[in-house]
Write a protein of this length. Structure first.
Lengths: 91, 528
């Protein structure tokens, strides 16, 4: 399997959030910026975030230990995609 | 005589004055501190409330100390509380505020940005209490028709008078999603809640040493358990921030929780994310689940992760006050008692009666399926200002002389001392080519076949006599539909085998995080 880049994670997040928002009939942001907080912006709620983490694992076909990521950082696009890419890069 | 919902708190505040009553936003309030703040708020509401006002106060606050002070202050003022939630669309909050006809409103700092929109649509003058701010002059200037009171303008606690309790004094007014899309307000009396609490604190032997989770937002009535069970006995309710909610495991460990209460979905995700390792949560004495069906697989995994805890599955609609049946999980004896892979909902609370009926509201024989009707000390006052909806749901079945609440849930009437089993919603049973099909059964087979928990079956397309077939929505990664279909086809009759599978990263959910069947049906209507 080729390495997963932060950009690949970004594009997954973008698709996931866009789909979730459009299913709820809400406006979809053109681009999720690195400082966007998914929780505080109301894009997902806390249960939705747990679902998102599950979806990330499913999508990249690997278990990701989110326990290592700080809860404050976990909901912010930049740190989240960097973290996921690093986790996936591990053997 | 019934007792007031605030009486347990007042008792604990004398007995356990210096013990923690609530932890929120990393701040701890002792019983003494909470009482002092709430009494001042109550005295202020009492001083400003016209004698003919509707005895309700809205609490527009989210997971802050002010939210708890607001709830207690409303009750101590003699009012029921109406929880509002800034994470809901503000349009929904507007409707709730308007329909409740509240005369006063407590707001925390974090909810202030939405206040303008709420007040612009307010139909009548409100007393707005903002205990988080000292200076509210800007608000006073902008909305001269409302009365604004900041922290420095709150009355002294000495002015507070303990209110009188009436037989139907309201504890809270909670809005649930209505079938028409307009939320319905359920009015729950203080006597309903104290009947529930009396049983819960005894059953769980709650003491001042206990620490309870508050996973539920206050707009979900299960939050009432966390808050008032704790306050009845001098225990502490631990309210995670919005951010902490996403790390439930760490929350249990950091706060050394002893009583856990959440929707089963939280357990499902924790399992998938590796947060349910054996022995991980030794501090828990009780693990309680309510709000949606509890899969056997989630119950087993949780029981292993919290080995010192007793696990119980609770069931109850808001109209019957929080929960009204329960079932104690046992890893060896429970699976054979379960149906469709779902843990039974068990037995009625004392003071509550069960009736399982057919379409004509006649009781079905033991062993048969039917709609669950219940009544008793926890049956609420009905829908706020909506006599027609109340009359439709609170009915006197033929041959009976008492009113029962129609839950809309399908259960099996137990044989002998067997537990009640939940089989789905009444509206989840459809007719396909004349066959009665329980969609929950299709969901259960698909769940087994694809190993995913988020599965919803919908009758589709509509025909004159019901539906032409079943389509299934699955939360999770796309897999091969043909394989899935082949796997379930071995267990299901032809007409129940799903025509199509729709894979989604996230299934549509309603405001309380339950799967939204109507939204999925709409997707099909729109040609998904």
């Amino acid at each position: 399997m080729s390495a997963v880049t932060p950009d690949a994670v970004q594009s997954f997040l973008q698709t996931y959030i866009s789909k979730a928002l459009s299913e709820q009939g809400r406006e979809v942001p053109a681009r999720l910026t690195d400082d966007c907080d998914l929780l505080l912006s109301g894009f997902v709620d806390s249960l939705g975030l747990l679902e998102l983490m599950t979806a990330l694992q499913d999508h990249f076909g690997r278990e990701i230990d989110f326990g290592e990521l700080d809860a404050e950082q976990m909901t912010i696009v930049g740190p989240l995609r960097k973290f996921v890419a690093e986790q996936l890069a591990r053997a | 005589m019934h007792r007031a919902l605030w009486s347990g708190f007042l008792h604990s505040s004398e007995k356990f004055a210096e013990r923690p009553a609530v932890v929120a936003e990393k701040k701890t309030l002792t019983y003494r501190e909470l009482r002092e703040s709430a009494v001042r708020l109550a005295a202020t509401i009492q001083a400003h409330q016209p004698p003919d006002a509707i005895p309700l106060t809205a609490v527009f606050a989210y997971r802050t100390p002010t939210a708890f002070i607001g709830v207690l202050g409303s009750l101590l003022a003699g009012n029921g509380y109406v929880p509002l939630n800034r994470t809901f669309p503000v349009e929904r909050t507007q409707i709730m505020l308007e329909r409740s006809e509240c005369s006063s409103l407590v707001v925390d700092e974090g909810s202030l940005p939405q206040l303008a929109k709420l007040l612009d649509s307010a139909q009548k003058p409100l007393v707005v209490l903002v205990p988080d701010l000292t200076d509210v002059s800007a608000y006073k200037k902008q909305w001269p028709c409302h009365i604004f009171l900041g922290a420095s303008e709150l009355a002294s606690g000495d002015a507070w008078r303990e209110p009188e309790l009436h037989v139907d004094s309201i504890a809270y007014l909670l809005f649930t999603s209505g079938s028409t899309g307009i939320p319905k307000g359920v009015a729950v009396a203080q006597r309903n809640v104290t009947a529930f609490l009396d049983y819960m604190v005894e059953r769980y032997r709650v003491t001042e040493q206990d620490r309870l989770s508050q996973m539920f937002d206050m707009t979900f009535d299960l939050s009432v358990f966390d808050i008032f069970v704790a306050w009845e006995r001098g225990a502490c309710v631990c309210c995670p921030s919005q951010k902490t909610l996403i790390k439930p495991g760490k929350f249990i460990q950091d706060e050394q929780l002893t009583i856990w209460f959440s929707v089963p979905s939280t357990a499902v995700f924790m399992k998938q994310l590796g947060m349910l390792k054996p022995g991980q949560y030794p501090s828990l004495r009780y693990s309680l689940f309510c709000g949606e069906p509890l899969p056997i697989s989630s119950a087993s995994a949780w029981q292993e992760a919290a080995p010192n805890s007793i696990l119980e599955n609770l069931y109850g609609p808001t109209e019957l006050t929080i929960a009204c049946t329960l079932y104690r999980w046992n890893s060896s004896t429970s699976p054979p008692e379960s149906e469709l892979g779902i843990v039974p909902i068990g037995y009625a609370y004392p003071g509550m009666s069960v009736l399982v009926v057919d379409d004509n509201l006649n009781e079905v024989p033991p062993g048969q399926e039917g709609e669950l009707l219940m009544n008793g000390s926890q049956m609420s006052l009905g829908y706020w200002r909506d006599a027609a909806k109340t009359a439709a749901a609170f009915v006197i079945p033929p041959g009976k002389s008492e009113i029962f609440y129609r839950t809309g849930d399908r259960v099996r009437r137990p044989v002998g001392n067997a537990p009640l089993t939940h089989l789905g919603r009444i509206d989840s049973q459809v007719k396909i080519f004349g066959h009665r099909v329980e969609l929950g059964e299709v969901e259960s087979k698909v769940r087994d076949a694809c190993k995913m928990d988020g599965v919803v079956a919908i009758g589709w397309p509509k025909t004159d006599s019901g539906f032409g077939g079943v389509e299934v929505f699955i939360e999770g990664q796309e897999s091969t539909p043909d394989k899935l279909r082949a796997a379930v086809a071995t267990d299901l009759p032809e007409y129940m085998v799903p025509r199509r599978f729709h894979f989604m990263d996230r299934l549509p959910r309603n405001a309380n995080n339950k799967y939204d069947r109507k939204a999925m049906q709409k997707l099909l209507e729109e040609g998904l």
